[in-house]
Design a protein around this ligand. Structure first.
Ligand SMILES: *Cc1c(COP(=O)(O)O)cnc(C)c1O
Length: 232
């Protein structure tokens, strides 16, 4: 990449970030909500530190990554330079990566099974402090997707609060690509409400305004800020 191209790219990510922020504010206003009730998570997966730095310089502090190993490659350095960064894990977590994840992430959106809950409890009991937790719900009941089925969520939350003493902040979902996202957002909101959970992580580049209309408190926006990626 030439210097000129780099500068052009820099401007693009920052310009896009401003545009996304404006749209978030407008969507919140339209829904009669305070824009500050919506946290923008800038999803920087597949992008390197060079691409992330301008977005940090523009004041964005909340970022999302979906792979522990990839995040380990870029965020320790960036966190040293920007200590107030808040890092969110938005991808599935294998139990053998839990320790690494705890060292790096402030919030985890993908608590999706008992085994993972038990490993977190075990680490906490050994003295680790846990990230804030969202339970992932597979609202479309897709076989290839992570997350609890809607019918399993109430019991799982009860076990978190009872047996495991795990505090849960909210719920997260990724709607099926072919379906109307608002239906899935509404389902997630309903499950959260009946469980007394205040936070909803839902909405990506294509549907974050819809998600805000449905009550999202955390939107996870990648390509609308950083540009298109080769992989999901
Ligand atoms: C990649 C990813 C996003 C962001 O996707 P975009 O369409 O690029 O905004 C959001 N949530 C999760 C779980 C992701 O893996």
């Amino acid at each position: 990449m030439t210097r000129n191209e780099a500068e052009h790219k820099e401007e693009t990510a920052v310009t896009r970030l401003a545009g996304v922020r404006r749209k978030i504010a407008a969507a919140a206003g339209e829904a009669g909500r305070d824009p500050s009730s919506v946290t923008l998570i800038a999803v920087s997966k597949t992008f390197d530190a060079q691409a992330i730095l301008p977005v940090l310089d523009a004041g964005q502090r909340v970022f999302g990554e979906n792979r522990v190993q990839e995040a380990q490659g870029k965020w320790p350095d960036l966190k040293t330079r920007f200590p107030d960064v808040e890092l969110h894990l938005i991808g599935p977590l294998q139990t053998n990566k839990v320790k690494d994840a705890l060292a790096l992430f402030d919030v985890m959106h993908t608590l999706d099974r008992e085994k993972l809950a038990r490993v977190l409890v075990n680490e906490r009991d050994k003295g680790a402090s846990l990230p804030r937790l969202f339970v992932q719900v597979n609202t479309g009941e897709e076989d290839q997707k992570a997350g609890l089925r809607p019918a399993e969520v109430d019991d799982f939350i009860a076990s978190c609060r009872g047996e495991w003493q795990l505090e849960i902040d909210g719920l997260m979902c990724i709607p099926p690509v072919e379906e109307e996202p608002a239906l899935h957002f509404a389902l997630l909101e309903k499950i959260a409400r009946r469980n007394g959970l205040a936070k909803l992580s839902m909405g990506m580049s294509g549907d974050y305004e819809t998600a805000i209309a449905c009550g999202a408190t955390h939107v996870r926006v990648g390509s609308a800020i950083f540009g298109s990626r080769d992989r999901l």
